[in-house]
Structures are given as C-alpha cells and as structure tokens.
Design a protein around this ligand. Sequence first.
Ligand SMILES: [Zn+2]
Length: 376
Amino acid sequence: MTISQLFLPISRISLSIYRVFPSINSCNSTSLSPIKTNRGAVVFIKPIEKPLRLRKLEALARRIPYNRPKRQEILQKLYRIEAGYSGEKSLHYYLTQKAGRQYRIFHSIKLHTLNHDFRMDFLLVHRTHLMILEIKNISGTLRFEPDRHQVIWTKPDNTIKVLPDFYLQAVIQMEHLTNWIEEAGLPQIPVKPLVVISNPNCRLDIPPQYNNHPSIKNMVRSANLPSRLSYELSRHSKSVFSISALESLILQQHKQDDQCILNETGVHPSELITGVLCSVCVNKTMIKQRYHWLCKHCGKTTRNPHLETLIDFSLLIKPLITNNEFRWFAEVGSASTAKYLLKELNLPITGHNRGRTYSLSDLTNSSPENPHNSLS
Ligand SMILES: [Zn+2]
C-alpha cells in the first residue's frame, strides 16, 4: 500500500465517522493559560490578548462553507468583535505612557456578581481608585443624545443605527464591580467609568447643551487618555488597601469566555468543512504526502498544517480529541497515520487504546494569534 492510499477521500468516510461521535456535539472550553505577573515595569497584569471568542469565530468562519446562509451572519459577528479587539489593541501605546504606568492593568476581565456576568474592556487598578475603560472603535459619526440614553450612529455608508448610551454601559459595569468588591469582603474603593473613543477618524457630534453631561465629560479620545489618567491620579490620594489581594482575586475569579460557538450560531458539526486547510486558499484543503501536506489549488506545501486543524477542532468542538475524531476532522484515512501524527506532537494523553484522548489545551493556548490568513 502506498502512502497516498493511506489517505482515502474523506467524503466517503466522514459522515460515517461522524456518527460514532455522540460526544462531539458538546463543546468544552479550553482553560485559561496561567498569567505571568511582573512587579517591575510591566503594567499589564492581564495582557492584551486576542479574545477566545474571536478565535472561535475565526475558526468557524474558516470552516463554514460559502453556500451556508449562516456564513454572512457569522462574518458580521466576526467583523464586529474584530473591530472591538482592534480598538482595544490600539490603546496599548496610550496605556504605557507615564500615567498609565501608575496603574495595574487588566485587559478583558469577566466577573460574576448577583447572578450576572459582566465584562470590562480594561480594568485599571490603583491603590486609591479603580478605572473601568469602555472602548468604542467605531467609524462614521456619533451623535450623542444622553437625555434619551442613546447615541445615533451614522455609518460611513450613511445608514443609521441607534446605540445605547456608552457611558451608561460603563456605569452599569461600575455598579456590578462595586457589588463584586462588596461580595468579596474588600473595602469599598472609588470606581470611575470612562468611555474611550479609539478611532481617531470618528466624528463626534455633541449638541452644546450636553457639554457638561456626565456621558460627555466621562468620554475621551485615545490620545487624551494619558492626560485624563493623570487628572484622575491627582484627584485621588487616599490609599484604600493593598492592591495585591484585589489583583489575585480578579485573576482567580475571571471567567474565560467559554461559550460554544457552534451552539451559539446554530451550526452543526456535520456542516463544517473538514480537512487540513490551506493557509493561502480560503476554504480549500490540503492532502497528506510522505513528508508534507500539499495544496493542489495553489501548490503550497507545509510540514505541519495539521496543528492548526487540531486548534480549530479544539476551538470549535472540544479540547480533547481521539484518534477517530482526528481522522474525521483532519480527513486522515488511516488510523495508524493519525496515531503517528498525534504521537509526534507529544500531547498530554489520558486513557488507553481506542479510549485514548489527546489534550489540545496547551497547543491551543500556546498560539493565541492564529497564523491563518484573513478571510475574504
Ligand atoms: Zn492553497
């Protein structure tokens, strides 16, 4: 038998393999990788990282076929979250200026209080006060109508959408955080909500009568963030408590966004494009050759593209994989080749023989920025 014969066209076997995976419908989350803290110059206690939810949507967009009606909806969701993350990333420069370095900074923190989860784009911790930053990365024009708790967004294509008051969103987070601190038995500390407009090209239309409204006074553009932080630092002088207890508690109670993206979007695993995807051609799969994988569409060869396939499986299905599941998802026809490919990666293993499962958590957490090309 030649190597190529080892890899049967998966279309003939994928469905039958799929049927043997009743557990495949259940999504499990990957665990949060340990967060390194540095008490020296580093101000980011939880650094700016691509959100897991965004990675899951990217994986789904790669693997949802063009002809699925849900594809457009998934891409819209992806672009929205991508824009949010891009705005948050753009704050790195401003947060590492002199004033920002006075704070201990947490990116994308999700906590739970009074039966509610609440997420903060950034939480800035100082021994005298806390700041919640709500980041808005929006193009076009924003007209603020705080008395009506709304913002009228005119998009670059001149369509109009009504958005909820940004400041009110940040105030709700402030209330949740205050409750959370009380529940934790920590002393109360002033919490300041601030809206940051991260897109410098966004036009702000503020009727003069609202100039002194809290929704407007507590909103800055990114470039003004350092001076606003300096101002807040000068306003607060009373040291409330040692921040280390609060920092540890935040990290300990932070909830990873573990929602199953297939359940959320109503996509069944059998709808996904299986196989090892080419990083150049969107939605096209590669075939295994003796020493590498080949894309027949563009001729690209790669040695280990199946690592990305395993990461996609982990993001979309679950963080553990069996030999059979790998054969289905990566379209590997032979059990022995699948075993060889999995064994080669030295993944943590549990169980024996047919019940053996390989943990993909470390693999997935070690490459948060996926090298796949962007989608079009
Ligand atoms: Zn290709």
